[in-house]
Design a protein around this ligand. Structure first.
Ligand code: SAH
Length: 371
């Protein structure tokens, strides 16, 4: 992280507290120095926020009373606020969170037997307009800041801990997977996403091992290449969902700009750790992209890549013309992939009863005419 990003005269305004969440240690050091204090307080504050999860200056007893008061006057540590939390029969919890400008996003906590998964948003709304996704109906409002991305983790974990009282504390000790698969296209917000990835994976930060973090994209080719150069490289998931450009362009307008071959070529250049695989997500829509021929084409397309496929039965909005592929079709599709040596998994929708499943994050019920 570059030092000297903070120019006090330009960024610190008297009328609004200066946001300290989301800053790198070097930026926090700069902040303290701009107050005429010792830079190492920045490192102390960084560990207080991310390791000790302290979000109030009053509780930073390692700082003098005078320094705590000065911080309270000039700065803030702002987590998203809870608007509603809904719990599914399967234990999945969907949080509707309010940001400081009143915009709202969703984060989904998915408990599983051997791990927990937290699905984060990276934008308010989304401009990609995938025809099967409800988030698309919101249109695009803005990118989330790095603070708002990691803020979702800090908020949800604090909330889960509160709910834990009385319940087995084993939930807390399970490993946590992070998936950037909520609202938005993470690669359209690459700078803030990379900054958030650094805070997540840093040992003095949230200390989430990078192999437990997955970024999912519609397939923005130049941005995939840019991510490959980032200081922190997460697992990559690609939403493919079709095996011909004709069908894919119909489902995902982005394909007109970056067709399948260009996308797969960027994927084959993506640096993969030993034994790791790229994930291809494939939303199965009855009669649209789910034939035996599609399955065989998918095997051919992915043949040169170390990859695995997650099959997602289409989750529905309230209405819509398209239907998920029937269970037997999905099993047959999976069998064809597996018979050719391509690992394929059927993803059970989680939290579908509360509209928390993939493609259902849209704050309010809305229908999409998928014709
Ligand atoms: N913009 C990113 C991340 C958000 S979508 C991306 O597109 O990858 C996360 C996943 O949900 C994607 O794989 C997407 O294909 C899937 N998805 C979207 N709408 C869906 C729906 N209605 N049913 C099932 N999966 C859906």
């Amino acid at each position: 992280m570059q030092a000297g990003l903070i120019r006090p005269s330009a960024t610190i305004r008297e009328d609004r507290p200066f946001e300290l969440l989301g800053l790198a240690p070097s930026e926090l050091r700069d902040y303290f120095q701009s107050m005429g204090e010792k830079g190492f307080h920045g490192d102390q504050l960084y560990r207080a926020i991310y390791s000790r999860r302290l979000f109030s200056f009053d509780r930073l007893t390692e700082f003098s009373l005078q320094l705590r008061q000065a911080l309270s006057r000039t700065a803030s540590i702002t987590l998203p606020e809870l608007e509603t939390a809904q719990r599914s029969v399967d234990g999945t919890t969907k949080y509707l969170l309010r940001l400081s400008d009143g915009q709202r996003i969703e984060a989904v906590f998915i408990p599983e037997p051997s791990r927990n998964t937290l699905c984060l948003s990276t934008q308010v709304g989304c401009p990609m307009d995938c025809r099967f996704c409800l988030t698309a109906l919101l249109g695009f409002s803005r990118n989330l800041t790095a603070a708002e991305i990691v803020g979702q983790i800090l908020f949800v974990q604090a909330n889960q801990d509160k709910g834990e009282t009385g319940r087995a504390s084993s939930e807390r000790s399970k490993p946590l997977n992070i998936v950037l698969m909520g609202m938005g296209e993470p690669l359209l917000n690459l700078e803030n996403v990379v900054k958030a990835l650094q805070l997540m994976s840093d040992g003095d930060g949230l200390a989430i091992p990078v192999h437990r973090i997955t970024l999912s994209t519609v397939g923005l080719v130049p941005k995939i290449r840019e991510l490959a150069q980032a200081p922190v490289i997460p697992n990559l998931a690609i939403s493919l969902s079709a095996t011909t450009d004709e069908i894919r362009s119909r489902l995902m307008p982005v394909n007109r700009k970056y067709p399948i071959q260009a996308l797969l070529s960027a994927c084959s250049d993506f640096p993969l750790p030993r034994k790791a695989r790229l994930t291809f997500e494939y939303v199965l829509i009855d009669g649209i992209n789910d034939t035996d021929q599609d399955a065989r084409r998918l095997v051919r397309l992915l043949s040169g890549l170390r990859s695995k496929v997650n099959l997602l039965p289409l989750n529905l909005g309230e209405q819509g013309v398209w239907r998920p592929s029937p269970p037997q079709r999905i099993v047959t599709f999976q069998k064809i992939l597996r018979s050719k040596g391509l690992p394929a998994f059927i993803r059970r929708p989680r939290g579908a009863d509360i509209y928390a499943a993939c493609g259902q994050l849209h704050r309010a019920q809305a229908a999409r005419n998928t014709a």
